[in-house]
Design a protein around this ligand. Structure first.
Ligand code: HEC
Length: 448
């Protein structure tokens, strides 16, 4: 097997020595930066971690989850590759927290304690230029099973424009499992009453969607199909949209348009819930460099070997490999597996046998499925092979195994292998055709 050589980097010594008597003055910035964005109202994390009192009250737990590196959640191995928005505490920061907790969480000089960050409500990145709301709240039954919906969300923007990205904002982060949405554009005069028709239905059309599109009143008034730009809206647990510098990627959005959530998937709920998620729209420049997305493995362009049939009481590794037909600049990657996932590894082998690391996840966690964006595009040279290995743990020792005792798990029937209890092995990535100098583009977004 090919080995990707990982450069083991020493953690940078940011503080020459770790303070022996840290106070909240030193702890607050660490928590505000790495924890509070999720541990506040409306976000996924339990317990608000905003004030000194909040943090003090949860001190022992905080010590525990940072010692074990359970928090902040960042599945990608930072010794293998780095990504934008990486949230990993240094050893010094972890020691600082531990000492602070063991010393009884002293406040220190109250005047020097930094103020908690101020968060906006309704968006994470910046104020959106437009918001697309759901027409009718979706009823999710509290019957303990997965739910799949298809949803039409008509938009109303003043004129045709370009959009650099969409941000899906779940109304219930604990249930929202995954969303994949397309942008539907109507030519001027092609559609009159887009808001008529049903706005959502269960996804039980088994790939025959035309009757549903008719019920939703999605077709042009003359019965032809409007233009569909696939995969423009995306959401997975822990996900924030990939935002590229102006001119890279983006979409044309017409005045009359809609988002079609082709696959809105909620995990099981014990109680009835109403969902009124919405989509923030961010305008941008006319795209100069189109961005493409492709995927290896389940539903993708490459076969999984051996076939994804996971035997009970076994830990098994699967492989898939793929190529692109020209030089490319890889921007973002998204590894995807479900509850039996154990580890994930992807790298490129070039024609002259060099290895380019992409991502290594040593301990897969279903809850954190980020779309990882590289700080600079990674060059893919024609003739290189992208290799992906995924290991699945179908033993009773896997605490996330949904089957007790373990049973045979597959991709399901192919059309709907997205149930949490079925498995997937996917490597999704975005790229643009290579142009000289791409490797120097700074992909850190300038969110303004
Ligand atoms: C990306 C969002 C996110 C970030 C960042 C994050 N957390 Fe969490 N945290 C969560 C979620 C979601 C859970 C619940 C996980 C679960 O139960 O499966 C959680 C659970 C916890 C728990 C366990 C709570 C309990 O009562 O069981 C603690 C403590 C915690 N986080 C502290 C932290 C600290 C400290 C940081 C920063 C060093 C941090 N978190 C960063 C989302 C986040």
């Amino acid at each position: 097997m090919l080995l990707a050589c990982s450069e083991t980097k020493e953690e940078p010594k940011t503080h020459e020595e770790v303070s022996e008597n840290p106070t909240f003055v030193e702890i607050a910035p660490i928590i505000y930066k790495n924890c509070t964005p999720c541990h506040r109202k409306g976000e996924s994390g339990p317990n608000e971690l905003l004030t000194y009192d909040d943090i003090k009250k949860n001190a022992n737990k905080i010590k525990f989850v940072t010692q074990t590196r359970f928090m902040p959640p960042w599945p990608a191995d930072p010794n293998y590759t780095h990504f934008i928005g990486e949230r990993v505490l240094t050893k010094q920061e972890i020691t600082l927290i531990k000492t602070w907790v063991e010393n009884g969480t002293p406040l220190g000089d109250a005047d020097k304690v930094p103020l908690p960050p101020v968060f906006q409500t309704g968006y994470n990145l910046r104020k959106p230029d437009a918001v697309i709301k759901i027409q009718e709240a979706i009823k999710i039954k509290g019957n303990g099973t997965d739910h799949f919906f298809i949803v039409k969300m008509p938009s109303s923007i003043p004129k045709d424009t370009f959009v650099s990205y969409f941000e899906y904002v779940p109304s219930n982060r604990k249930l929202a499992h995954h969303v994949n949405g397309h942008l539907v554009n109507y030519k001027e005069g092609a559609k009159q009453n887009l808001r008529n028709g049903i706005s959502y239905d269960f996804d039980n059309y088994h790939s025959n969607y035309v009757p549903l599109y008719e019920k939703m009143n999605l077709l042009n008034d003359d019965g032809t199909f409007p233009t569909l730009t696939p995969n423009t809206v995306y959401y997975l647990p822990g996900f924030t949209p990939q935002i590229y510098p102006n001119g890279i990627g983006g979409y044309r959005m017409n005045k009359t348009s809609a988002i079609l959530l082709a696959n809105l998937h909620f995990g099981p709920s014990a109680i009835d819930v109403l969902d009124s998620s919405y989509i923030n729209v961010f305008y941008g420049a006319k795209p100069k460099r189109p961005v493409y997305e492709t995927q290896l493995g389940t539903f993708g362009i490459s076969k999984i070997e051996p076939e994804l049939i996971i035997q009970p009481n076994k830990i098994q590794t699967f492989h898939t490999q793929g190529t692109l037909n020209g030089d490319a600049s890889i921007l973002s990657i998204n590894p995807h597996m479900h509850l039996l996932g154990k580890s994930f590894w992807a790298f490129i082998v070039t024609p002259n046998q060099d290895t380019i690391p992409l991502i290594k996840i040593n301990k897969w966690d279903f809850r954190w499925q980020y779309y990882y964006t590289f700080p600079n595009p990674v060059k893919y040279t024609k003739g290189s092979v992208i290799h992906v290995y995924g290991t699945f743990d179908n033993t009773a020792q896997n605490p996330n195994n949904p089957n007790r005792p373990p049973k045979l798990v597959t991709q399901g029937d192919g059309t709907r292998s997205m149930r949490t209890t079925e498995e997937m092995f996917q490597f999704i990535f975005t790229y643009m055709p290579y142009q000289p100098g791409d490797e120097h583009i700074n992909l850190q977004p300038n969110i303004n």
